[in-house]
Design a binder for this molecule. Sequence first.
Ligand SMILES: NC(=O)C1=CN([C@@H]2O[C@H](COP(=O)(O)OP(=O)(O)OC[C@H]3O[C@@H](n4cnc5c(N)ncnc54)[C@H](O)[C@@H]3O)[C@@H](O)[C@H]2O)C=CC1
Ligand SMILES: O=C(O)C(=O)[C@H](O)COP(=O)(O)O
Length: 377
Amino acid sequence: MPGLALFEKQGTVRRVDGRRLTRNDLADTEVLLVRSVTRVDRALLEGTPVRFVGSATIGTDHVDRAALKDMGVAFAHAPGCNARAVAEYVLQALLLACREQGRVLRDSSVGIVGLGNVGSRVAQWLSALGVTVLACDPPLQRAGADTVVPLTDLDSVLAADLITVHVPLTRQGPDATFHLLDQERLARLGAWQTLLSTCRGAVIDNPALRERLAGADAPLVMLDVWEGEPRIDGGLLARVRLGSPHVAGYSVEGKWLGTAMLHQAFRLWRGESAGVPVMAGERPILEHPVADEGDLLALLQRVYRIDEDDRRLRASVGEADPGAAFDALRRDYPPRHELHYWRHQGEVAPALRALLSLLCDPPGAGSAMPAPVLDRL
Ligand SMILES: NC(=O)C1=CN([C@@H]2O[C@H](COP(=O)(O)OP(=O)(O)OC[C@H]3O[C@@H](n4cnc5c(N)ncnc54)[C@H](O)[C@@H]3O)[C@@H](O)[C@H]2O)C=CC1
Ligand SMILES: O=C(O)C(=O)[C@H](O)COP(=O)(O)O
């Protein structure tokens, strides 16, 4: 977990395997920091001295927040920490899909399911490019929230040329997202469409998707997240156009910010005042003129290539233990920086200038740093 040094000033930090963590490992632990692979619930924490749990992630479906609250354990996570990394992944994937389907992104429609930190950033970037964006988010709609693009219903969004999904995984309530894209909705997608998911595997019914991709007029599908991670369905991987091992948010900056936000929440929990420290450093120059969408894709690929993650994931399914290989791809992930890490230079076509400035200007310039969420008791 990059940024852990922040916590080393507060006490002794012990690292354990997040998939194998048991109650016994927590016998003398007051603060537990996890990532998305560790299920945190009553069974894990009962009888331990843990009083603060932090997850350096956006998603919280691995944490039973109600149980923690009931047990008097504080919980914090890091909304938005890696949203920019995911949005860069999505933009690259959409441009790759357009190239493959012989279309121009600017002249296409993009449907966004879930307009939170990731979805709204994607919507803002695409709008700056002149793309027609259709988005749905019933909780925001009911709350009458101000959104970057107007909201519509799910069926309209699923009729777009390209669809990208950014909802939390939830299993209860009117907005439950478990198998939101089920057999019936997948059946309605056509060969001219692209479906991309970077949120949680179980938001799409994976067995139904595998069947759909074997049928006629199958859409082009790109997946970063899978049901049953780390043991994913190799048959489904074989049928998707791009597959990656749940790394859309794996930027150096996103991981660091996640831990820094937890550290801020931890200090607030202890009654200390704290801000999120800014990751400082020289910004190397990245010279890359951008005349058209082809150049934009090439720019995104200069800093990160999804197709390399795809190649590594496909190679891993042939390993003796593909689940361990999936985890190893994530654990040993090569450093990848977000675009704003560099100082972009080079001529940019007028139609692309608004987008390039959103992509390449450092965050913080005119926008607030994200703040952690702390479940107060
Ligand atoms: N692949 C990766 O590496 C990463 C995956 N994620 C996943 O992406 C998800 C989305 O991330 P953020 O946008 O930052 O979360 P967020 O919490 O900011 O936004 C989620 C949005 O989805 C909306 N929503 C909830 N139920 C819905 C439904 N049934 N239909 C449409 N909209 C619905 C919410 O109202 C909210 O606006 C996270 O919950 C996490 O699971 C997040 C970061 C990295
Ligand atoms: O932030 C989230 O939510 C994510 O999905 C994380 O990027 C996943 O990373 P790990 O916590 O599994 O390392």
